[in-house]
Design a protein around this ligand. Structure first.
Ligand SMILES: CCCCCCCCCCCC/C=C/CC(=O)SCCNC(=O)CCNC(=O)[C@H](O)C(C)(C)COP(=O)(O)OP(=O)(O)OC[C@H]1O[C@@H](n2cnc3c(N)ncnc32)[C@H](O)[C@@H]1OP(=O)(O)O
Length: 304
């Protein structure tokens, strides 16, 4: 594949794990001999996020592909953010459908193995990536429609909540919600804010305290999703909805979206570092680590 550009990257950035992962995902290669300031940009080849663009329609379908359950590993989060940024910069794309390539699972949420038995530096790096994913999706200028074609607990639900519209497959086995309390952990304030903005305060309070996972019809009733359709129509319905939203002039819709969402995003933007510190000290507690380990064990035993 031919090189397309030469990009100057501060050598400090190459030392940071997050930057290294991003560079690797982008195909940026440090030249032999070190020094490490000039790197070459190749076409982005993503492994965990498939992007199928349709330039004629001005849309793309983004599919998460991290089997078996699309857990939001650091790698997947990094690729998701890079893919989104690429689409944001592509003038031919105005709307994106977010969906899953894993049968029966939209996303199992944050990767529990990223939050268990690791060191504080890893927790901090991971949490920064989770924040970044949320901020980019929540404030995206694109029209985003979630095609929820499977189970969507916790972080999976959060991704869906960042979208402008949610279409869910009509299968009672698929559930969606912020179930953090069931794991003995607490949904961060920005997860909570995103939920409150979607379903209101009272419904959120009940859903969050009880860690409710709603089957599709209940999710529709409470307003967590906007439409429930047969499984084989989820993506086509999401694309039709996208077309309706794209009929609105971009600048007016984007300014309106920003007006509605910026105050919520600003709450996190103003205290990103403090939020990372809170997460690191919370997740590092012995009691929390024990709860997460037990939960993971339970998931594994379920099979046996
Ligand atoms: C004092 C106040 C302070 C406040 C400060 C707050 C600061 C921060 C607080 C911290 C907040 C952290 C936020 C977390 C949000 C999250 O997203 S946590 C993750 C929650 N996810 C779940 O609960 C889902 C768990 N998974 C499932 O329920 C099921 O796997 C499934 C319904 C998605 C799919 O079921 P099935 O198809 O039957 O597959 P399984 O056999 O269950 O799983 C296959 C395989 O995948 C592993 N796995 C499942 N989920 C995860 C995951 N989330 N992470 C990592 N791995 C996962 C599972 O263990 C199996 O592994 P093996 O094949 O057995 O090895």
């Amino acid at each position: 594949m031919a090189l397309t550009a030469v990009i100057r990257v501060p050598s400090r950035a190459l030392l940071r794990p997050w930057a290294r992962l991003r560079d690797a995902a982008l195909g940026w290669i440090e030249p032999a001999g070190g020094g490490g300031v000039e790197v070459s940009a190749q076409r982005f080849a993503s492994q965990k996020v498939l992007v199928e663009p349709d330039p004629a329609a001005g849309v793309a379908v983004m599919k998460f592909k991290n089997p078996p359950v699309n857990s939001l590993s650091l790698e997947l989060l990094t690729e998701l953010v890079i893919s989104l940024e690429k689409l944001e910069n592509d003038k031919t794309v105005r709307g994106v459908v977010l969906t899953s390539d894993c049968p029966g699972i939209f996303s199992a949420g944050l990767d529990l193995t990223e939050m268990c038995g690791r060191n504080p530096a890893h927790y901090a790096e991971y949490w920064k990536a989770v924040q970044e994913m949320w901020l980019r999706l929540y404030l995206s200028n694109l029209v985003l429609v979630a095609a929820i074609n499977g189970a969507s607990p916790a972080g999976g639900c959060l991704i869906a909540l960042t979208c402008d519209y949610r279409v869910m497959a009509d299968n009672p086995k698929y559930c969606i919600g912020l179930n953090e309390t069931l794991l003995g952990i607490v949904a961060p304030f920005w997860f909570k804010d995103n939920l409150v903005n979607t379903i209101g305060h009272r419904a959120s309070e009940r859903a969050l305290q009880l860690g409710l996972l709603f089957p599709p019809t209940e999710a529709l009733q409470v307003g967590m999703v906007d439409k429930v359709v047969p499984k084989d129509q989820v993506q086509s319905t999401a694309l039709s909805v996208l077309a309706q939203w794209m009929a609105i002039p971009d600048h007016a819709r984007q300014l309106t979206k920003n007006m509605m969402r910026k105050p919520t995003a600003d709450r996190l933007l103003k205290q990103r570092d403090a939020d990372i510190q809170n997460f690191v000290s919370f997740i590092s507690r012995d009691s929390i680590q024990k709860s997460l380990q037990m939960y993971l064990e339970k998931l594994k035993q379920k099979k046996g």
